[in-house]
Design a binder for this molecule. Sequence first.
Ligand code: ASP
Length: 382
Amino acid sequence: MKGTNGSIGRRKFIGSVTAVAGLGMTPSLSLLGQPAQPDSARMAPGNNHKGACCIASANGLRATSRAMELLSQGYDTADCIVQGVRIMEDDPSDNTVGYGGLPNEDGIVELDASVMHGPTHKSGAVAGIRNIKNPARVALEVLRRTNHCLLVGEGALKFAVRMGFKEENLLTEASRRDWLAWRASMSRIDDWLNDEQRDAPSGKVWLEPGLESGRGASLNPRPVPYHTGTVHCSIVTGKGDISSCTSTSGLSWKIPGRVGDSPIIGAGNYCDNDIGAAGATGRGESAIVTCGAFDIVQRMAKGLSPTEACLEVIDSVVKHCLKEKRHRDPKDPSRPDFDLKFYALRKDGAFGGATLFSGGTFAVHDGHTAKIIPAAYRFEKK
Ligand code: ASP
């Protein structure tokens, strides 16, 4: 039976989930009583997809292709997505993850990642790991070779080295320059001088190759915002086995030691082989306090489409974050002043994504082609 909007009827889906999962859940009345979702949720193309599928955040288009290629070669779902995500981690031009990720406020790159494997319901994660460019691969080793779920900081690095990972400097020249520009942009309130505050030298300046002073020139006095960005990737096989992975360098210029949502199971990544998977990118603290990824999967279990489930949790984020003045957009206090995106993939192959603001996209490989598609959203971008 098709629903009136062309999607699987909600009742039918609840039936299929409970049959597959043996969950015996009844749909929550409050969920079924929700007002109709905006068109972007009801018409989302992913609602009707069936079968093997891989989704990712918009920067992960190549990850979806690689993951599906490996799936067709018989690799485990966790390997497929970790190897897919590795492409972004290795890419110095993606400054949100792995090598080239933007550093913390001390100029040091600290990475977070997690992997969850549906068939075994195991997870592995590392947080605040330095000098290792593929934290998702280390997370998979934690999952497979330890009795633990999460290793942090020095312990995570030591474990990685013991597993054979190579230590290297992750700060690229481009990321180092961005970090310096950010430091200089704060120089009204600290001891770092920006171009405006520096007097012109009275003669030629000695240019020392390899040192910042050697450039003589400016630190590009552009405003340097906080940057967000992460790669999330989930995959489901034709038989309904699921794995999910999230990898990030976290919020740029973060306080050293800060851990975001990406390595926290239930916040920036979650997977239940009976139901589906979900992940988040954007302001991680909001995904943590709402248990975002876990909540999306629970809502799919109750019959929502992946897109609807993502949008409902976006609404929960909005409701909670607006309690704090610092999160309200000064121009419109009914809106948050940050962005957050959720992605969801259901056991039957349906998929979706939702963001706070219009204009968001995500990547999908539907078994035939990899493409970028629009995400549903709660607020029209002004
Ligand atoms: N969610 C990541 C974190 O909070 C960052 C991001 O996606 O931009 O660490």
